[in-house]
Ligand binder design. Sequence first.
Ligand code: SAH
Ligand code: SF4
Ligand code: F3S
Length: 469
Amino acid sequence: MQNKVQYLNYHPDVELARRILEFYPGTPRLYLHSFGCQQNVNDGELLRGVLAGVGFASTDTTEDADLIIFNTCAVREHAEQRVFGNIGALKALKKKNPRLIIAVCGCMVQQADVVEKFRASYPFVDMTFGPNSIDLVPQLLYEKLSGGKRLLCPPNERTDIVEELPAERNSGFKAFLPIMYGCDNFCSYCIVPYVRGRERSRRPADVLREFTALVQQGYKEITLLGQNVNSYGKGLEESVDFSDLLEQLCAVPGDYILRFMTSHPKDATRKLIDTIAAHPEHLAPHLHLPVQSGSDRILKEMNRRYTRAQYLELIGYAREKLPGVTFSSDIIVGFPGETQQDFEETLSMLREVKYMQLFTFIYSKRGGTRAAELPDPTPYEEKAQRIAAIQKQQEELLEPMMQARVGSVQRVLVEGEGRAAGTLAGRMDDNTLVQFALPQGVEAAALTGTFTPVRITGARLSMLTGELA
Ligand code: SAH
Ligand code: SF4
Ligand code: F3S
């Protein structure tokens, strides 16, 4: 396939920044909130970085903001409703501060009907722009400030990859690093391919450069992002797959853990598992491998392009090669036409795999997707009962798995103070939450952002508890 992606480098425009700042008497303030997945959170960090480059300071209250940005998610109806609710609440602010600009960006406004809804029913929304326009935001903002008119950009299909965008990261030790954008898989229920456009990969040298810089800045956990990291490299000039990329990154010396998501089971290979096995110092024996359903009939309707048997074969290979490997998954219940029989196959799948973490969702109809056309006779109450049954079974399965860790010593990346007073909390290599007592005379800040060995002394469903080993 011919690679039509253009690779651009971001250069801050000093003159444009100067002209933007002329509209404000002092330092303008940005309030930005990101909804949705890690990719969106990362986009928010880039957006904040780009606007900091223009001269915006951040604020965490909407009341004193000059620019409010909601970076939105469209994956389920509930996510969209939350955004509409939050934005509705801003109307009064606009009256208090006529200079205030309200912008909505991200996945929701990559749908023409949503942009139309903002145009028709939310007159106080001044700007919309999609996730492919972050580098263009200073220009858009200037147009809005100088022209005055609302600037509701229609969805765009831009496929350029813009390197060198400045990120203002939320954490000093955990970083997201996108390696690809978009999605070509068109799972029948999913809106992402429509709002994020076609799949395209960053060049390995660009990923490696950013990764090396993060390690040098002291980042301890770096999560590679893509809707399907296992198809990384398609369309690039050089022949490189995801495992090759991991090899290149793991060669960077340093004290860090490398995570990635999401790994689509249809493209997860034995080579990937062998690569994880070869780099225990940087790659955790853990796979987020969203199965969605345990029924072959439903998997086919979902267009997931693997069978239950193929999925389990991969799990088996990982268990063979990676001692202590753990898995996590996403599950959709109530996909159109899912029968009680199909649902029970999902329950039995969970019993076979025994996931450490499960993210469960009730199917949400997304306009324009193929599944939206399917008959969906199951009442919502029945779907709600199914998700409750899944969660109950998962708790029963999880309990002994958490208990089995009591007595072991685990490497924990400390994230900060725990919920209980006098404790610290962090994550094990496989993402399990651990809370442990802050030793006498040690400052929380001294351990935050470091790898610390913790002896596990207790287990609850949602987390382990322990003490410094
Ligand atoms: N690219 C990732 C998933 C991104 S969306 C993958 O393929 O695994 C995250 C999760 O949201 C999905 O795994 C799925 O479980 C859920 N999801 C996506 N669309 C949904 C919908 N229409 N209704 C309910 N859940 C959905
Ligand atoms: Fe959606 Fe499927 Fe793409 Fe994941 S792989 S983003 S579920 S279409
Ligand atoms: Fe949501 Fe867009 Fe991510 S739809 S899940 S924010 S890619």
